[in-house]
Design a protein around this ligand. Structure first.
Ligand code: FAD
Ligand code: MLT
Ligand code: ZN
Length: 472
């Protein structure tokens, strides 16, 4: 049966694009964090939408489950197959063409396998900003960004991936092609199918192409690192920037002392240019379309007001692009430092800004009291109320053993605080297989049952990424 099925796939894709040997498939079977490793009947590399549709039809006929995959940089194991060896991985990397830039409509239309950074560069070469930006941009793909509704560092100004998307092309679980590639900013013709597929992590359909928004490139950007002493003044600083800089505020990222200590341990060249290792280091970016002078003066005047108001103790303004880049690298290397340190317990949470201080104070207190010596690697997109509140074992303690013993109670403690504060247990990384358990409790029975109803309606055979997000 397997061989007949594989022959059918080879007839659709050509022999070279149906990978079955261990050497060929291994790179597609372990996630970025090395937390999940699966097996696959085959890894499939289609080159166009018609091939994707034909594969889905063949899989539906043979009742074979499909795991869609982009850059495989997701943090929740969504793109990793299970251990059965009966699923196929459908990697979209060969579908990497920008189809069109419509300058007058300010949109870009592209295939799902385009690497995010390549899209940013292509947009910039035509004088536009494609604002989605995240640490994995050199390898994650637009299809994966859409399927996870990725966030990143520009959400504060431009929104999540969902907010940037105007249209989709999707292959359904039945192998039909839905062409919803209209670049419209208004369209109220019934249920929003586009929004249904965005963030569905490959469980409702396979995204093969998208039309996304473009923006004018800013003519000037100023980046600064600011030292703050506590979370209350950090939030006061954010509110001041929101009030005075309004839409010119494009980044507001927070890093705690402990996060940067881990960075320096693994990347000694990433020293914090701020003196005396402040409790909180905030990376702030302003972007302007008027003039260099205008935004610099604005930044200096806001910093002056913040200093006089006791919200900050020190600041370093980047004087050139390379210094600004080094500030961003420092921020983005925290994830890499954590990976180098070994396994850690990740929490990608949001709470309303008004509850952030209470969340951090109480959760820090409980964690330190119950797990003495652990390192709280807390950093993230503070402007969005989104914290990467990660827990690393005490220095010198074996990470695997620590996680085995404490993963469940630590998650329960943190998620309990998230619920208390009216937050979400997944701000931007999604659910995948990591957060499958416990989603019902978090969403509530009604919402969870509605999700299952949708899954059953769109994928009654349960062949699209089964046991990710919801199990039916
Ligand atoms: P994959 O990991 O391949 O897949 C992710 C999910 O989408 C899976 O469930 C998969 O089945 C599904 N999928 C993939 N492609 C398709 C498709 N074409 N159709 C349907 N389903 C599909 N995330 C953030 O949100 N913000 C960040 O700031 C951020 N920073 C990161 C920094 C680093 C260093 C790393 C390694 C990751 C970071 N991430 C971040 C997580 C990750 O990069 C994002 O989730 C990204 O959107 C995943 O894209 P991908 O192409 O790698 O998707
Ligand atoms: C980031 O913002 O750098 C990633 O989403 C964070 C992480 O490593 O949790
Ligand atoms: Zn993030």
């Amino acid at each position: 049966m397997s061989q007949i099925f594989l022959n059918e796939l080879e007839a659709i894709l050509g022999k070279n694009y149906v990978l079955t040997s261990e050497g060929d498939t291994t790179p597609y079977l372990t996630d970025w964090r090395k937390r999940y490793t699966g097996k696959a009947l085959a890894v499939l590399l289609p080159s166009n939408t018609q091939e994707v549709a034909a594969i889905v039809k063949a899989c539906a006929k043979a009742n074979i489950a499909i795991v869609p995959q982009g850059g495989h940089t997701g943090f929740c194991g969504g793109a990793t197959p299970d251990a059965s060896g009966k699923q196929v991985v459908l990697n979209l990397k060969r579908m990497n063409q920008v189809r069109e830039i419509d300058a007058s409509n300010q949109t870009i239309s592209m295939e799902a396998g385009c690497i995010l950074q390549a899209v940013q560069e292509r947009a910039a070469s035509e004088g536009f900003l494609f604002p989605l930006s995240l640490g994995a941009e050199g390898s994650c793909m637009i299809g994966g960004n859409l399927a996870t509704n990725a966030g990143g560092t520009n959400v504060l100004r431009y929104g999540n991936t969902r907010d940037l998307c105007l249209g989709l092309e999707v292959v359904t679980a039945q192998g039909e092609i839905w062409n919803g590639l209209k670049g419209l900013r208004k369209d109220n013709t019934g249920y929003d199918l586009r929004d249904l597929f965005i963030g569905s992590e490959g469980t409702l359909g396979i995204i093969t192409a998208a039309v996304m928004k473009l923006y004018p490139l800013p003519i000037s950007q100023w980046t600064t690192l600011v030292a703050t002493q506590d979370i209350a003044s950090t939030i006061a600083l954010l509110n001041l920037f929101q009030k005075r800089a309004t839409s010119l505020l494009t980044g507001f990222e927070m890093m705690t002392q402990e996060s940067l200590a881990l960075n320096e341990k693994h990347f000694p060249q990433m020293r914090n240019p701020l003196q005396n290792n402040p409790p909180f280091t905030v990376l702030i970016e302003l972007s302007d379309h008027e003039s260099e002078e205008h935004v610099r003066q604005l930044l200096e005047s806001i910093l002056e007001e913040a200093f006089e108001g006791g919200m900050m103790s020190d600041a370093v303004i980047a004087t050139n692009l390379s210094q600004a880049n080094s500030f961003w690298h420092m921020r983005e290397h925290i994830t890499l430092a954590q990976a180098a340190e070994g396994a850690n317990l990740k929490h990608d949470i949001t709470v309303p800004l008004s509850a952030l201080e209470s969340f951090i104070q109480e959760t820090d207190h409980l964690i330190r009291a119950q797990y003495p010596g652990v390192r709280i690697i807390n950093f993230g997109h503070l402007g969005d109320g989104n914290l990467h509140y990660n827990i690393a074992p005490p220095e010198g303690v074996d990470a695997q053993a620590f996680n085995l013993a404490y993963e469940k109670p630590v998650h329960e403690l943190v998620y309990g605080q998230v619920e208390r504060c009216g937050g979400s247990i997944s701000a931007e990384h999604g659910v995948g297989q990591l957060k499958l358990e416990g989603l019902r409790a978090h969403k509530g029975a009604v919402a969870h049952d509605l999700m299952k109803t949708l899954k059953r309606a769109l994928d009654p055979q349960n062949i699209l990424n089964p046991h990710k997000v919801v199990s039916i």
